[in-house]
Design a protein. Structure first.
Ligand code: MCA
Ligand code: AMP
Length: 528
């Protein structure tokens, strides 16, 4: 394990020594303290729109002024479902400055899905795309939200119009390290999605650790093609680059052509495994075209060892794989200087305590033994929004969070994730909880029951697949099932294939044997 030490910003619970008054006491103050030259480029889009740090400060001030004018008070939620743009990132920073809690929502979510999130989080303001503004505004108004604004990808929308007329001179609302900075919803294996409450400390401490561990500096330019409504693209990428005082080149989405065009201007890239799989299909990916890059980082889903090897052969770069969760930010990482081992997620990060335990007894296991991964540290979230029982159920009395991931730690300290103790499919880096999809399928007239599984998929890692039990003689088709799910579930959650059976396989306890189904369908999406 690494011997490096890590300094937590602010005071930890139970710590007696107060930090000097001059120290920043919240994430945005910390970000501000790193801006050495406001004229430096913060974000440039692939179509040439440029925002310096000075632009970011001015626009986030204006946006914060608008939020406060709309009635946002410290601790109020601001829910945002917009397409990726520099303005959207700056809106996140405006929320920090206004003391609001940023609540980003996947832009694939349907109105049916959004109803739950907005009803549960009770935001003061909702921000939608200009296209969805009317529908989402009507839903938000019905749920008692005070104001809905719109934000487009070209600096358009009602929010930007209001910002243009608002003051850039905004006095940041002071926050403490234990105050909330964001809520990110994660689906649950049972029941409803849970809002993970992330504090200023959670985000700041993790980003500081990553700047240091991955050697980010003001010289870095990050190729950013991830969505910005999840931990990976928002916190791991954006907070880290902000605290390094670096620059980001923004693409709206994964686009191999554009990425190859921009790569010579960049030094680093972060992506889910699908990024690496798709870029490997591009002949322009060579040692020469990646010569300017110093680091490729992968996470959110397992990177196949084959992909790791193929990338190294083609480019000479060993992808650095790391492991995290919405609830914990980043927990482990392969080393910057040492050996990056394919199939492992590296070492526990400085400041993160990681152990592997027997899932039943909670007893700590030894080197090489497979068990539940548990973590503790300043990165670990405060709890689930308004769900004290669910929060309590996922923490041990000594403060360790039960990740639901099964793994081992070897003698050198490398962590390997070998499976999931939770029924979860990860498709292209997005989590899909089978229960949620099964509930929708089971509600279709004529369906007896269903089982949703993840099956190896060459592009998405796992492909969501449904096995549906119907009575003999049923005329229900795959197309019928998919049509029923459209508009109810985000596209990425919808099964790529649907199969029909008379009965689902069950064990002697009556439990559906998903392992049997996964084995039956394992070659479904195989290449060729
Ligand atoms: C799009 N589709 C998908 C997915 N994305 N289906 C399954 N899984 C997906 N991930 C659908 C589209 O709606 C479309 O459907 C069809 O698949 C093909 O779309 P395509 O254009 O190929 O998709 P894309 O735009 O290229 O997107 C694929 C993607 C994207 C690049 C893998 O999903 C992505 O950016 N994923 C990153 C997710 C992420 O950031 N995760 C981090 C979570 P149709 O053709 O029928 O219309 S944070 C996290 O997990 C933790 C904390 C961590 O450790 O980081
Ligand atoms: P999320 O709920 O979107 O934050 O997803 C977190 C889950 O993604 C973790 O609990 C893991 O199961 C998985 N995950 C993240 N990074 C990796 C990785 N490098 N390898 C394997 N699984 C990962």
């Amino acid at each position: 394990m690494t011997a490096r030490t890590w300094q937590c910003p602010g005071r930890l619970e139970g710590e007696t020594a107060a930090m000097p008054a001059s120290e920043p006491a919240d994430l945005f103050s910390l970000i501000r303290s790193r801006i050495a030259d406001p004229a430096k480029l913060f974000i440039e889009t692939n179509d040439g729109r440029r925002f310096t740090y000075a632009d970011m400060l001015a626009l986030s001030g204006r946006l914060a002024s608008v939020l406060v004018a709309r009635g946002v008070e410290p601790g109020d939620r601001v829910a945002v479902q917009v397409d990726k743009s520099p303005e959207a990132v700056i809106l996140y920073l405006a929320c920090l400055r206004a003391g609001a809690v940023y609540l980003p929502l996947n832009n694939a979510y349907t109105l049916a899905e959004l109803e739950y999130f907005i009803g549960d989080a009770e935001p003061k303001v909702v921000v939608a795309t200009p296209k969805a503004g009317a529908d989402l505004g009507a839903l938000a108004a019905r749920l008692g939200v005070a104001a809905t604004e719109t934000l487009g990808t070209a600096g358009d929308g009602s929010l930007m119009a209001a910002a243009a007329a608002a003051s850039a001179d905004f006095a940041d609302v002071a926050r403490g390290w234990d105050d909330l900075a964001a809520i990110l919803y994660t689906s649950g294996t049972t029941g409803r999605s849970k809002g993970a409450m992330l504090t200023q400390r959670n985000l700041a401490s993790n980003a500081l650790t990553l700047v240091d561990y991955w050697r980010f500096s003001p010289a870095d330019v990050l190729l950013h093609a991830l969505p910005i409504f999840h931990t990976h693209g928002l916190f791991v990428a954006t907070n880290t680059l902000l605290l390094a005082f670096g620059t980001m080149l923004f693409l709206p989405k994964l686009d191999a052509d554009e990425m190859m065009r921009l790569m010579p201007r960049c030094t680093t890239m972060m992506g889910v495994p699908t990024f690496y799989v798709r870029l490997l299909q591009d002949e322009r990916l060579t040692r020469a075209t990646t010569a300017h890059m110093r680091l490729f980082i992968s996470g959110s889903a397992p990177l196949l060892a084959d992909t790791h090897r193929a990338w190294q052969e083609r480019t000479g770069h060993a992808i650095l794989e790391r492991y995290g969760m919405t609830e914990t930010n980043m927990n482990t990482s392969n080393p910057y200087d040492g050996e990056r081992i394919a199939g492992t997620v590296g070492f526990a990060l400085p400041g993160v305590d990681l152990r592997v335990v027997d899932p039943e007894s909670g007893k700590a296991l030894g080197t090489g033994e497979v068990g539940m991964i548990e973590v503790r540290g300043p990165n670990v979230f405060k709890g689930y929004w308004r769900m004290p029982e669910k929060t309590a159920a996922e923490f041990r009395p000594d403060g360790f969070f039960i990740t639901g991931d099964l793994g081992t730690v070897d003698a050198r300290g490398y962590v390997r994730i070998v499976g999931r103790g939770k029924d979860l499919v990860i498709s292209g880096g997005y989590n899909v909880y089978p229960k949620e999809v099964e509930t929708e399928i089971d509600a279709i007239p004529g369906v007896t029951e269903s089982a949703v599984i993840g099956v190896p998929h060459p592009d998405f890692g796992e492909g969501v697949t449904a096995v549906v039990a119907v009575p003999k003689g049923s005329t229900l088709t795959e197309r019928d099932v998919l049509a029923r799910l459209d508009g109810r579930l985000a596209k990425f959650k919808q099964p790529k294939r649907v199969f029909f059976v008379d009965d689902l396989p069950r064990n002697t306890m009556g439990k559906v044997q998903k392992n049997v189904l996964r084995e039956q369908h394992k070659d479904l999406y195989a290449k060729g």
